[in-house]
Design a protein. Sequence first.
Length: 455
Amino acid sequence: MQFLGFIIRPKIVSFARFKKVITCGILENTFLPQGKRGFFVSRKFIYQSISVMAETIKNTMLSDRILNMTESATLKMTQLARDLRAQGNDVISLSIGEPDFDTPQHIKDAAIKALNDGWTKYTPVPGLPVLREAISQKFERENGLEYAPSQIVVSNGAKQSISNIAQAMLNPGDEVIIFTPYWVSYSDIVKLAGGVVIPVQAGIEQDFKVTPDQVQNAITDKTKLVLFSSPCNPTGSVYTKEELNGIAAVLAPHEHIYIISDEIYEHINFTDAHCSIGAFPSVKDRTITVNGFSKGFAMTGWRLGYMGAPPAIAKACAKHQGQVTSGATAFGQVAGAYALKSDLGPTEAMKAAFEKRKHVVIELLQQIPGFKVNNPKGAFYIFPDISNYFGKSDGTTTINNADDFSMYILNTAFVSIVSGSAFGDDNCFRLSYAASEEQLREAIGRIHEAVSRLH
Ligand SMILES: Cc1ncc(COP(=O)(O)O)c(C=O)c1O
């Protein structure tokens, strides 16, 4: 073992504060100059002590709120993939949730023009009038939703819209029914606002879609919100008009319950029949519709999302946003208004490419023994059930759950995917097919090979 000698005068030894976690022997005068006392500690010990100290300081410095929060699993896997790549490995990343297409040129040009026209200042907190007007019209034209411009709040991404709603509406103990599997951030956004997550689970055998009866059974006096996405991240499932009608019928009599309908994948819907639950008269006054530019317009980095909400909720969300971030980027909003009014040709082309890849991915995944695969109707994810592999091992690693499975795939096949546990379903993993067909074929080939070693 390698030893480092430290001569530490007693007054400098402030380690006493960390006595509980640090124990070491004091050697007196053995190898040290006369009259000195010192610690003899290994290099490993020093590193461990520093990390324990850092952890101790961090934990006393940080709030319980943040310590109780889970790190975004998708961002974590993406970072692990980057780290492995930096070490020289050929890693294929299928963990990130963004289109691999660039923002259409005409939208970029609109932003450049807006910058040159001087759209560089603060905007009204709920958004520029031109964009709120365009969103109100889009809701009516494409979704049959009635939200006046004053009911629209523009935010720095749909994620902020959902966070605004949670902060504006939830009191501690309020329950939020979340259709599960759910988008990774829903549960932490709700918990951060003091809400209690009530997951309503739907497995692959029901195409990952909850039934009206399941929703009915989850309702209590404390239910404040129902939250779901359709098309869904992570499953790609799309609720039909009939299915949403059934859910609306269950919620209609419960006047204390509001709905958050997250429709950010609206334009990546292979059924061409997107339905907004807010269009049903029985729940229209209690539905908050969230949408944004990230997915349908390949604008993830622009950070532009929005909601249409009942007037009091819209006002409360703007109040919250006004104290934490203010209005979204000015020139981005001008370009966003332009995007909503312009031709959806590039969006349609992107959707067609995703659909083509989806068929390739399904075909390849179905060839892997033990994989259960559904046929997603939207978004750009697939969520195979791999529970058949639980308890199996390659001789070194045993797969006990979806976390083990995703780490096994990352470390042995160099393909990053995301464990279903991050989405509330521990039997599955999420694979994003926002990658080239060549990469998808290579990645799934590697996954196939890696699982063939599990017995
Ligand atoms: C279902 C769902 N809702 C909301 C968001 C957030 O989108 P934005 O980039 O607009 O914040 C995402 C992003 O991955 C998502 O998948």
